[in-house]
Design a protein around this ligand. Structure first.
Ligand code: ADP
Ligand code: MG
Length: 263
């Protein structure tokens, strides 16, 4: 299988007026084409920092990020980034928000337009193309953010807690929609979540990070048939609860190391 994301000995130190802090140390990870990975771990363990390094928004203090074999030093259109907050512009329509990435790339041709409309349709938003963000629910707005991310056709999606601000039912629905959409398009995804069951339900593989400094604590393969079930059904599979408890145990061990899992 083709490796699309390759992290080698990534270390990141934040330096500011108050000094230097080691956020990530010696992270090595390979992700193959089409794989869905979740990063879980207590607050402050470096999950967002790791996504920022992969996206090229941050430059690592040491180590390398390669995307499809290419050394990453700045953001690339191969990688799309979706955040917890949707950051939709209130003065732009849904269509205009969804097509902003293409616009920034100078793509305003009819093919680009019909692709965005097609994606809005896939996400059940075709009636809202001319609406404004404040007219939409939180779940709908996150679907617009997903369309905006997919519109520039990245091969790899980085998802930083995209469901955590949503109510439980909407979150479950969106998990299914995202999982099915990314799988059918053979996208590679790296999801950050602090929700263990979401990680199991959505992923092929789970990477557990420990804090201070952020390091990989464990890597856990999600077994079949949980892996190929859609997230809602995955939660009903035999084996789901065993895996949940195993991961929960890892979190408790980190607590035992004097690490807080709050927040
Ligand atoms: P997570 O996403 O897992 O909660 P972060 O990647 O946001 O963790 O943060 C990892 C560590 O780096 C934390 O200790 C945090 O306080 C620190 N950190 C994050 N961003 C900055 C920054 N811009 N300047 C200094 N320290 C930072
Ligand atoms: Mg974070």
């Amino acid at each position: 299988m083709q490796t699309v994301v390759e992290l080698q000995d990534l270390t990141h130190v934040y330096v500011n007026g108050r000094g230097a802090s080691l956020a990530l140390e010696q992270i090595s990870l390979q992700v193959t084409q089409g794989e869905f990975i979740s990063l879980i771990g207590p607050s402050g363990c470096g999950k967002t920092t790791l996504l920022s390094l992969i996206s090229g928004l941050l430059t690592p203090t040491a180590g390398t990020v390669r995307i499809a074999g290419e050394l990453i030093k700045r953001p690339t259109p191969k990688v799309g980034y979706m955040l917890q907050q949707d950051y939709l512009f209130p003065w732009r329509t849904i269509y205009e928000n969804a097509s902003i990435g293409l616009e920034l790339m100078g793509r305003k041709d009819p093919a680009a337009r019909s692709f965005v409309l097609e994606l809005l349709d896939d996400m059940g938003l075709s009636d809202y193309a001319d609406s404004y963000p404040q007219q939409l629910s939180g779940g709908m707005r996150q679907r617009v953010a997903l369309v905006r991310t997919l519109a520039t056709e990245p091969d790899i999606l980085l998802l930083d807690e995209p469901f955590s601000a949503l109510d439980y039912q909407t979150k479950l629905q969106l998990e299914d929609l995202v999982a099915v959409t990314l799988r059918s398009r053979n996208k590679t995804a790296i999801l950050v979540t602090h929700d263990i069951s979401e990680a199991i339900a959505m992923s092929d593989r789970i990477v557990v990070l420990q804090p201070r400094p952020g390091r990989i604590r464990a890597t856990v393969d999600v077994p079949e048939p949980i892996r190929s079930a859609i997230p809602l059904k995955a939660r009903e599979e035999a084996g789901f609860h065993n895996l949940f408890h195993r991961l929960w145990g890892l979190f408790e061990e980190m607590d035992g190391d004097g690490v807080s899992t709050n927040g």
